[in-house]
Design a protein around this ligand. Structure first.
Ligand SMILES: [Zn+2]
Length: 221
């Protein structure tokens, strides 16, 4: 099969920015552009696999785990909800991963897309169409001032929570089997966030959100 036979793939979620952030490599552009064996997407494998674009997630890692460089993702029967991430910690990691996204664009590795037209244009040119997405918006203050800044920088999609609580809502724990009805719905700040995203045309990803939160988003968005 040649590259022209490939069906272009637009992928809903990848954790490439987290991997590059946690690599502690000083030249993340080179790491992405030249590729390296191991998890997640790099440019050579994106080209080989027909990866045309996707949501590039920024995930503020759990504080104590991030210092050890690992993220716990294995479900178990009695897995408790991971603790909240303090806002200043999340702000630091969120901005650092956004910086990596923009550095990759400057190095010519991808195009940060802010509209459907941008996505089509990047794909037509054979440049990876990257959408700035956040998975767990602990970096955003309840007054939503940071939302304005992130939106202006290019944020077009967000998941309100990862599997932990924050100022806006509650995630489901990595527990199996389990009902998704594990806690309260969105907070007042969470409802305000959904309304602001509707106005700014930022997509809302419902992954990790518990059932009452899901219903709240459905009622508002
Ligand atoms: Zn992710």
């Amino acid at each position: 099969m040649t590259e022209t036979d490939l069906v272009p793939v637009f992928d809903g979620h990848n954790d490439t920015l987290l991997r590059l952030y946690q690599s502690k490599d000083t030249d993340v552009e080179k790491l992405f552009i030249e590729g390296k064996s191991g998890g997640h997407i790099d440019l050579p494998r994106a080209k080989a696999g027909g990866f045309a674009g996707g949501m590039f997630a920024i995930f503020p890692p759990p504080v104590e785990k991030s210092r050890r460089g690992a993220v716990p993702l294995a479900p178990s029967a009695a897995e408790p909800l991971p603790p909240e991430v303090p806002r200043n910690e999340a702000l630091t990691s969120t901005i650092a991963m956004a910086s990596i996204l923009f550095r990759l664009e400057r190095a010519g590795a991808l195009t940060v897309c802010r509209s459907a037209g941008d996505v089509r244009g990047a794909m037509a040119q054979g440049s990876i169409a990257a959408v700035f997405h956040i998975e767990g918006v602990e970096a955003i203050d309840p007054e939503l001032t940071m939302l304005d800044v992130l939106h202006e920088a290019g944020l077009r999609s967000l998941g309100i929570v990862w599997s932990r609580p924050n100022a806006f809502g509650h995630g489901v724990p990595f527990r199996f089997p389990s009902s998704p009805d594990t806690g309260p719905g969105l907070t007042d700040a969470g409802k305000a966030l959904v309304k602001a995203c509707n106005q700014l045309k930022i997509m809302i990803d419902l992954s990790h959100l518990n059932e009452k939160g899901f219903r709240d988003v459905a009622a508002l968005s």
